[in-house]
Ligand binder design. Sequence first.
Ligand SMILES: O=C(O)CCC(=O)C(=O)O
Ligand SMILES: [Fe+2]
Length: 234
Amino acid sequence: MTATIDQGLFASWTPPRDLPFHWHIYDVGSALPEGWTDALLDVARQQAAQRSFRPTMTTARETADAVIPLESVDGEVLVEQAPWVNELYAGWFRQLGERLIDEPLELTSTANRALSLNVQRGITMRYPCHVDSNPMEGLLYLTDCTEETGGGLVVSRNRHARDVTEVDEDAAVIYPRAGQLFFFDARFHPHYVQPLRTDDALRAVVTMNYYTRSIPEAVRPAGLDEQLFGAGTR
Ligand SMILES: O=C(O)CCC(=O)C(=O)O
Ligand SMILES: [Fe+2]
């Protein structure tokens, strides 16, 4: 009986041609030297710069008038303050990422394009809605996010979503935990980070950009660097 109903349900169904959004988590936190999160949170406390993000680049998926406060430690500063992050990006983490893709992962030409330590505090900040330009994004989370704390990573199932409202209509919400290293390709799935739910909450993540021979750094859109770490936007 049930089998007959299911047959009917799937009678005209075919699998989608596009791969569903997918991600991989390596649980690396306890494999790193004790104190690594505190070391990076110290760097964030001392070196994070505040900026206003305006969605002027082609990868942004925000309404045109959006102005979003951002706080981050640029790759250049991060490499200087915690060189081991760059060593992981170029070494072990890259090797872990390469297990998930059939091409070698290429590092970027500058530290700012490679790495960033993004910080979100309190209820007013969120990470802007965008698509990535790189085929492999690595994210090393320093803090826990849950349904209670907020700060979920919201990833649209609709490739054509143009802003947060359209993303929210059909999205997966991912709550990363401290010590998890995520990898994914989010070139086709608009995504943003929710605000936190309390004034004293903190979310911190190291972002790592990798390109490949078939999708090289040259595809990075004009204007992105200026918005993320341009002196004029500080
Ligand atoms: O912080 C996150 O969870 C995602 C950040 C992100 O999408 C990015 O850096 O491209
Ligand atoms: Fe992203």
